[in-house]
Design a protein around this ligand. Structure first.
Ligand code: NAD
Length: 494
């Protein structure tokens, strides 16, 4: 059985805690590996390596850092199929989707290649006579990234690309459910020229996370995962004096107005609800259909479902893989099982006709869903599309805005004026206009509102650079006899 260990100071280091977790192939339900769970002492060892590597990395000139990032970009690009198959084997998503994940992660590395430009500060000459003022951005020190199972390659790239570019050293704690890709990336980073200790991976569970949250040498924590844990990470990390950005769960709505192109809307709903088996924080979970088009729209979604090829991610013909674990599959199935009793209508039941092995659930539709039902109030994180019928645009927007989450949202319409009003009205961080999964490109930043994000910084892009740096303002004067005098008054501009 494969044993998955830690990556400390540029080398694989076997765990010593005698605690570990099981890693499965979700398409077969067969255990493929065991992953070491770090003890407090092992986390301390990783952090110490990152502390030691920080002074030299911080002093490395910007051109060299950019050169290394270009090398990482080339290596990730060259090995993208291999990265995709490593992650697909443990996550279950189909290869084409996994390659898409790697490509979106790569964008963040490409963004970080521009670090010499991104770290430019401001300069004001002659703020006072003979006095200049300038601002600089400096790294924080050792920063940690704690990541979810659903994007085991992309989400770490959201974090470490900018963190390293800014001169920080990094400790990654990947999901214990699909940890192999993090170690694969660690080896690529080493090949790219990242010095030992600058990028480290510690595997583990709550013990490792809690130590990172309280360790005095961790300056900042980036987290992506479920809302209860995100809130816990934010509260515990900030209580311990750390800068924290903690992205949580979601319940994304897609509002379809009567003037929308219904075929385009149905294609989008199917792609966004069932892609990656619904295990995306930007997946569409709720289809808000304005009454007059609801029946037609549901029919169009329904007729597309039989064509979706569900099966192991390793078969390139498949379009949708299994869920991550047996427990998660059972939880998703419980929403379908309980829906009728709550008053919803099961239009397509994805529990029917599933493969005998593995953690599969097929695409499902629940109609006549309403707030107050479990399937509406909770994040399902599976291939279940809830249809909520609304009478008007205003009713749809009110529902979106009263939801506890505010990650992504989409509007389908041909009316530019309504679309513009929608972007003005909605309390959601990422908005798609006829775009169902509006994950921002890497030169913007990613982040939801409300229970989808705890902290002040969105992730990656310009906000990522701000998160991973501290600014310093220098006020300077050079000796000039004409401007020197004794003056005990408070300095004012002259
Ligand atoms: P999760 O919250 O269970 O785990 C995320 C990380 O936290 C993992 O590394 C895990 O080991 C750690 N963790 C889990 N329980 C912990 C605890 N009690 N104490 C300390 N650490 C703990 O999330 P997941 O199931 O891996 O991922 C799915 C969730 O992530 C969904 O809710 C999804 O919406 C969310 N997500 C959000 C975004 C976003 O950008 N907002 C992106 C991807 C995923």
């Amino acid at each position: 059985m494969k044993q998955i260990s830690h990556w400390i100071n540029g080398a694989t280091v076997a765990g010593t805690s005698s605690r570990s977790g099981n890693v499965f192939n979700p398409a077969t339900g067969v255990q493929t590996a065991a992953v070491d769970f770090a003890s407090v002492e092992e986390v301390d060892q990783v952090v110490a390596a990152a502390v030691d590597a920080f002074p030299a990395w911080r002093a490395t000139n910007l051109s060299r850092r950019a050169e290394i990032l270009f090398n990482i970009r080339d290596l990730v690009h060259t090995n993208r199929s291999e990265i995709a198959s490593v992650l697909s084997a443990e996550h279950g998503k189909v290869l084409s989707d996994a390659i898409g994940e790697v490509s979106r992660g790569l964008e963040n590395i490409e963004f970080a290649c521009g670090v010499p430009h991104l770290l430019k500060g401001g300069y004001s000459e002659q703020a006072s006579v003979g006095v200049d003022v300038y601002s600089i951005k400096q790294p924080l020190g050792v920063v940690a990234g704690i990541t979810p199972f659903n994007f085991p390659a992309m989400v770490p790239m959201w974090m470490f690309a900018n963190a390293l570019a800014c001169g920080n050293t990094f400790v990654l704690k990947p999901s214990e459910k699909d940890p192999s890709v993090a170690l694969y990336l660690a080896e690529l980073l080493q090949q790219a020229g990242v010095p030992d200790g600058v990028f480290n991976v510690v595997n583990g569970d709550k013990v490792a996370v809690d130590r990172l949250l309280t360790h005095p040498d961790i300056a900042a924590v980036s987290f992506v995962g479920s809302t209860p844990i995100a809130k816990y990470i934010y509260e515990t990390g900030t209580k311990n004096g750390k800068r924290v950005q903690a992205l949580g769960g979601a319940k994304n709505h897609m509002l379809v107005l009567p003037d929308a192109d219904l075929d385009m809307a149905a294609d989008a709903a199917v792609s966004a609800a069932y892609g990656s088996a619904g295990e995306r924080c930007m997946a569409i979970s709720v289809l808000l259909a304005v009454d007059s088009v609801a029946d037609a729209l549901i029919e169009k979604v329904k007729e597309r479902i039989p064509a979706i090829k569900v099966g192991p991610g390793s078969d390139p013909a498949n379009e949708m893989g299994p869920l991550i674990t047996a427990e998660h599959r059972d939880k998703v199935a419980s929403y379908l099982a309980g829906a009728a009793a709550e008053g919803a209508k099961v239009v397509v039941d994805g529990r029917e006709g599933i493969p005998a092995e593995g953690y599969f659930i097929k695409p499902s539709i629940l109609d006549e869903v309403k707030p107050g039902m479990r399937c509406y109030d909770e994040e399902i994180f599976g291939p279940v599309l809830n249809v909520v019928r609304v009478k008007t645009y205003d009713e749809g927007v009110a529902l979106i805005n009263s939801n506890a989450f505010g990650n992504g949202v989409a509007l389908f319409t041909r009316d530019g004026g309504v679309a513009r009003q929608f972007q003005f009205d909605v309390s959601v961080g990422m908005v798609g206009i006829n775009v169902p999964i509006p994950v921002p490109v890497s030169y913007y930043s990613f982040g939801g509102w409300k229970n989808s994000l705890f902290g002040d910084h969105h992730m990656y892009g310009p906000e990522g650079i701000n998160f991973y740096t501290r600014s310093k303002v220098v006020t300077s004067r050079w000796p000039d006899p004409r401007t020197s005098s004794v003056d005990l008054g408070f300095p004012t501009n002259r």
